[in-house]
Write a protein that binds this ligand. Structure first.
Ligand code: ZN
Length: 412
């Protein structure tokens, strides 16, 4: 496994380079930090122990983690009604700052009835461990179908993001949060960097411009090509795979991370790349989630963000380029991060190199393309995709993982 130390490599900052990388503003102002520290810790902990506790879902735990360390700057808690409505209708907070995704805490009617507006509650994980204190500024009802339609562009409950909204409680609790402890993790520990930590790392390496890459899929050569094209025009690359909750048929995060580790070891200049994980859950909101992913990466210190085809999409709910076009709905400079748009990429045997539909004139068989289903079938059968499609080191890891999944382990 590549540790952060090995990953770091030698920064080749030119003498006298301007040290601005870590001082790019977070979204909407300074980087938010909700963690309780120092003298107030004991008092907070004592108070939290006496408060009624709301247990958070896996998604809300991810949100709490991102809120805590400023991944969701400028948010300082779960959304109140004015922000919620402004976002659903218009992709902006009530203050006018762009924000595309509701970050809400939903509870069932019964639970809501026992919580008064203005009261404090404790937020706990599923083991009952208290992680945070929230002042319930507001509790309010909301229209799930409206949220589905506006945010996800469909009311179809087969959409996993819409299904999650329909399954959650009927009342939203909004208000500021102070965090005592981050959710506990036992995986990817060397890669769990907070926004302050990635920013510090960029500064240490002298990177003034950094492109972020979001992924929830295993890495094939098309992704590698896009990442490297982007890296040609900036100082550094933040590979930021999402390891929060995903659909059960997505490739598990630990497998995806092993693919990245072997790829970095063999094919990337380590002083130009930082691999870290994003604790967020997938919402599969396509276009809106592309904006969301970009703003979160801005908070982690990125200046640029890669938006591919069908970014954060699922099924056929979104047009191929909807997630790119939505950036045009914001005024130039309003988002404060530059999207880098990419079209379909592949290896072309006639060009004899990686290319895209923008750069290769050859159609048909010259282009090595495979559908997701074709790749899955090959891997399940123990067959590596062509080396023009997947690096052999990556294919080996995926085949092993698929074999484990199709050959269930018997209990001893
Ligand atoms: Zn070609």
């Amino acid at each position: 496994m590549t540790t952060l130390e090995e990953n770091r490599g030698a920064a080749d900052r030119p003498e006298g380079a301007v040290r601005t990388a870590a001082v790019h503003d977070a979204h909407g102002g300074p980087l938010v930090d909700l963690l309780v520290s120092g003298a107030e810790t004991d008092a907070f902990r004592e108070r939290a122990a006496s408060l009624p506790a709301v247990r958070l879902s896996a998604r809300s735990l991810s949100d709490l983690e991102l809120l805590a360390a400023g991944g969701y700057s400028p948010l300082d808690g779960f959304m109140t009604e004015a922000d919620y409505r402004a976002i659903v209708n218009d992709m902006h907070l009530a203050s006018g700052v762009p924000w595309p995704m509701p970050i809400t805490l939903a509870v069932a009617d019964d639970e809501a009835r026992s919580i008064a507006e203005g009261a404090e509650i404790a937020l706990a994980d599923d083991a009952g461990r208290v992680l945070a204190v929230m002042r319930v500024a507001q509790k309010f009802a909301y229209d799930k179908r409206l949220e589905a339609m506006e945010v996800y562009r469909t009311e179809d409950e087969a959409h996993p993001g819409v299904a999650a909204v329909y399954a959650q409680g009927e009342v939203l609790l909004g208000g500021p949060v102070r965090v005592l402890d981050l959710p506990v993790h036992d995986d990817f520990l060397p890669y769990r960097l907070t926004p302050a930590q990635t920013r510090a790392e960029f500064e240490k390496r002298g990177w003034r411009t950094v492109v972020g890459f979001q992924t929830r899929n295993p890495v094939h050569r098309a992704h590698e090509y896009i990442q490297k094209c982007a890296l040609e025009i900036v100082d550094g690359l933040l590979l930021h795979p999402l390891v929060g909750e995903t659909k059960s048929d997505d490739i598990p995060a630990d497998v995806r991370m092993r693919c990245y580790e072997v790829l970095l070891e063999n094919y990337y200049p380590l002083d130009r790349v930082l691999l870290s994980v994003n604790p967020a859950a997938m919402r599969y909101a396509g276009p809106r989630e592309a904006i969301f992913h970009a703003l979160v990466r801005k908070n982690y210190g990125c200046t640029h963000f890669i938006v591919g085809r069908d970014h954060a999409g699922v099924g056929s709910y979104y047009g191929t380029f909807d997630a790119q076009r939505i950036f045009e709905e914001f005024a130039p400079g309003e988002l404060g991060i530059t999207p880098l748009m990419f079209d379909h990429t592949f290896f072309c045997r006639r060009c004899d190199e990686m290319a895209s539909v923008k750069t290769c004139p050859h159609e048909g068989d010259a282009r090595v393309t495979l559908s997701g289903t074709q790749v899955r079938e090959m891997l399940k059968g123990g067959v590596a995709p062509p080396i023009e499609f997947s690096r052999p080191e990556v294919a080996r890891i995926l085949i092993e993982a698929m074999q484990e999944r199709v050959t269930p382990h018997h209990a001893i």
